[in-house]
Design a protein around this ligand. Structure first.
Ligand code: AMP
Length: 215
């Protein structure tokens, strides 16, 4: 299955992608995770990306296109992949099409997760991640058993720098301006499947499964 999960920050792309990984045994390709890893390691790409990310803006297309192009060629993508957070602009979508063409592949579906703007702010401000194992929590919707401590490994739970309210507003604006045109882009290509992202996590997963398995 070759799938894109499209949707604004906080729509649940990462959470849903992880469940799909477990079910189908194909990799999740999250450009946000890859970029955060590069920032943490202090690689030249990470140093370049950090300013854009902290400001809630987009990292330049050529950087993320390069990341995805390289990642898609790895052996674990042979049976499919889930793109989470990429593409985010029309030029990225065009570059993806070109790369997949070179690899002799085609997208199967683009799932658009639809969530109200106000719900997104609440979801994002409450989001916490384990510093050690990366597991996600939410202070209101999925709180850890012990405050600020990961249920799985006991690691410290931290808030992403770009999950502060002011940066979130900027990220949502960037989504509206630069990423939302991709809904029409993929609808015109007959690939778009809209899913209600306001439902409970498991219900959203069921809707995604039904959507991607529908002819
Ligand atoms: P995410 O974890 O997907 O919310 O991404 C976090 C941040 O990484 C974004 O706000 C952007 O600054 C950057 N980023 C992730 N994916 C992309 C992309 N496809 N294009 C440009 N910037 C990206």
């Amino acid at each position: 299955m070759k799938l894109i999960l499209l949707g604004p920050p906080g729509a649940g792309k990462g959470t849903q992608a992880k469940q799909l990984v477990d079910r189908f045994g194909i990799p999740q390709i999250s450009t946000g995770d890859i970029l955060r890893g590069a920032v943490k390691e202090g690689t030249p790409m990470g140093v370049k990306a950090k300013g854009f990310m902290d400001a809630g803006g987009l990292v330049p297309d050529e950087v993320v296109v390069g990341i995805v192009r390289e990642r898609l060629q790895k052996q674990d993508c042979a049976n499919g992949f889930i793109l989470d957070g990429f593409p985010r602009t029309v030029p990225q979508a065009d570059a993806l099409k070109e790369t997949l063409g070179e690899l002799g592949k085609d997208l199967d579906s683009v799932v658009s997760l639809e969530v109200d703007a106000e719900a997104l702010v609440e979801r994002l401000t409450g989001r916490r991640t384990c510093k050690d194992c990366g597991r996600g929590f939410h202070v209101k919707f999925d709180p850890p058993r012990e405050s600020k401590k990961c249920d799985a490994c006991g690691g410290e739970l931290i808030q992403r720098d770009d999950d502060k309210e002011e940066t979130i507003r900027q990220r949502l604006q960037v989504y509206d301006d630069q990423t939302s045109p991709l809904v029409a882009y993929y609808r015109e290509q007959g690939l778009l499947k809209a899913v209600d992202g306001m439902l409970a996590m498991d219900a959203v997963q069921e809707k995604i499964l039904a959507a991607v398995q529908a002819p």
